[in-house]
Design a protein. Structure first.
Length: 196
C-alpha cells in the first residue's frame, strides 16, 4: 500500500484510503475517521506560515515568514515548518528530548519554547530527504467549501458541518442552521493571527 503526503509533507496517508481507483478524492464519509480529521485539518493549515519563522519575525513582520511546507505532530498540536527550519525541529525531536512530547497536548508548545530559547540544530545537521514522485499527478485538495458540499451532497433533511480547527463533523438541523447563522456583518473573515 503506497503512502502519500497531500498539501504539506510530513503527514502520510494510505493512498487507497484517500483516493478512488480513478485518482479522485474519496467521499469524506467513506474515509476512516483519523484520516478524515487530518485531511480536513490540512485544508485549514494550507498557506499558514512556518512556526519557526513566525517565532523569529512575529506578527508585525509575518510577510517575511516562509510558508509552511511540512507538518509534524497530531492535529491541533502540529508544528508547521519550512525546509529551512525542518532540521531544527528534527534535531529537537531526535536529540533534545522532543520525542518525549510526541502525542501530548504540549508537543507544539515544547518545540516553540526550545526554539525561543535560542536552540537550533548544529550547522550541517541533516534533515529528511523528501522524495517527490510525480507530484503533479495528485489532485489538488478541495477547499473547505468544497469539503462541506461533498459532505452534504446526499443529505436527507440533515446537514453536516465541519469544524476546520478540530476536524469534528456535526449534524445540523436545517431550521437550526438558519437560526444559528450569524449575520454576515458579525463574521470575522480575516486570516490574521490574533495579537496581544
Amino acid at each position: 500500500m503506497a503512502k502519500v503526503s497531500i498539501g504539506l509533507r510530513g503527514w502520510r496517508f494510505d493512498e487507497e484510503e484517500v483516493f478512488t481507483d480513478e485518482g479522485e478524492f474519496r467521499p469524506l464519509d467513506s474515509v476512516p475517521d483519523e484520516t478524515r480529521k487530518r485531511l480536513i485539518r490540512l485544508t485549514y493549515l494550507q498557506e499558514k506560515p512556518c512556526d519557526a519563522c513566525y517565532l523569529v519575525h512575529g506578527e508585525a513582520e509575518k510577510r517575511r515568514c516562509n510558508p509552511a511546507e511540512i507538518v509534524y505532530g497530531e492535529p491541533m498540536e502540529e508544528v508547521l515548518l519550512c525546509a529551512d527550519h525542518e532540521p531544527d525541529f528534527l534535531y529537537w525531536f531526535r536529540e533534545a528530548g522532543g520525542r518525549d512530547a510526541a502525542g501530548t497536548e504540549t508537543f507544539r508548545d515544547e518545540f516553540h519554547e526550545w526554539f525561543l530559547d535560542g536552540n537550533r540544530a548544529p550547522e550541517g545537521y541533516a534533515g529528511l530527504e523528501h522524495v517527490d514522485t510525480d507530484p503533479d499527478t495528485l489532485p489538488t485538495p478541495p477547499d473547505p467549501a468544497e469539503l462541506n458540499r461533498r459532505l452534504n451532497e446526499n443529505y436527507d433533511g440533515e446537514r453536516k458541518r465541519i469544524d476546520l480547527r478540530t476536524g469534528e463533523i456535526t449534524t445540523v438541523d436545517e431550521d437550526e442552521a438558519e437560526d444559528d447563522a450569524p449575520p454576515l456583518g458579525d463574521v470575522d473573515l480575516g486570516r490574521e493571527y490574533p495579537t496581544k
